[in-house]
Design a protein around this ligand. Structure first.
Ligand SMILES: *[C@@H]1O[C@H](CO)[C@@H](O)[C@H](O)[C@H]1NC(C)=O
Length: 215
């Protein structure tokens, strides 16, 4: 008699898993109305009669981003802020540029799985699973290689080549969000107390202060 109950539980579990992305739309499109005073999850819809092709359009992804910064990397997002027509569609893109030995530091996208495709260069990538395992899955990717970073998990991309590199990522949210671990932990406003961080990282407060000073 347990059979049907277990089956129903599995069906419920499967349908929960299928919803692990932005909510699905109830109409053809809901172009973001950035001027609406209504606060909804995402953006309110623009009047469909005023929607134009340009609301579904972005140009310039052929141009490399500016990698003259401490990390030597640059991210050009193509999400709902750039294309209002992505509102409610649960998908976006980004172009990632790397100077030689450029790094996109450990970070997580709270709302999206990422499908990372290398178009030029050799990039060391990795992601780490949740506690208690904290297992790292890592690989060196070359031109044409694709790698998945599951939603919410901490990952990084590091150009191990002496030439610049670039990649395109697909993301399963109109607004994936990003939490850069070093910036969030050591560069928050106001800062997390050095007493807390010293205990968390098992180092002295002076070491914490030194790292915090860099952000
Ligand atoms: C790239 O960024 C650096 C640092 O912000 C800036 O000095 C430089 O002018 C930028 N280069 C271009 C081509 O925009």
């Amino acid at each position: 008699m347990d059979g049907p109950i277990i089956f129903l539980a599995l069906v419920a579990l499967a349908s929960t898993a299928a919803m692990a992305s932005d909510p699905s739309q109830l109409q053809d499109f809901c172009v973001a109305d950035k001027n609406s005073a209504v606060f909804v999850n995402g953006f309110a819809c623009k009047d469909p009669n005023t929607v134009t092709a340009d609301n579904f359009f972005f140009s310039g992804l052929d141009k490399p981003g500016n990698t003259s910064n401490a990390g030597g990397s640059s991210v050009t997002p193509v999400a709902v802020d750039q294309i209002p027509g992505l509102n409610t569609l649960g998908i976006s893109l980004a172009r990632l540029d790397f100077a030689p030995y450029g790094l996109i530091p450990p970070h997580t996208h709270p709302r999206a799985t990422e499908l990372f495709t290398v178009l030029e260069g050799s990039i060391l990538v990795g992601f780490v699973t949740s506690n208690p395992g904290n297992k790292q899955f890592t690989k060196v990717l070359n031109k044409g290689d694709v790698f998945v970073f599951p939603q919410g998990l901490i990952h990084y991309q590091y150009n191990i080549g002496a030439t610049s590199a670039f990649a395109i990522s697909g993301l399963s949210s109109q607004n994936p969000g990003v939490i850069l671990v070093p910036n969030a932990v050591f560069g928050s406003t106001p800062p997390i107390s050095d007493e807390v961080l010293a205990k968390a990282f098992q180092v002295s407060k002076q070491t914490v202060d030194m790292i915090q000073a860099k952000f």
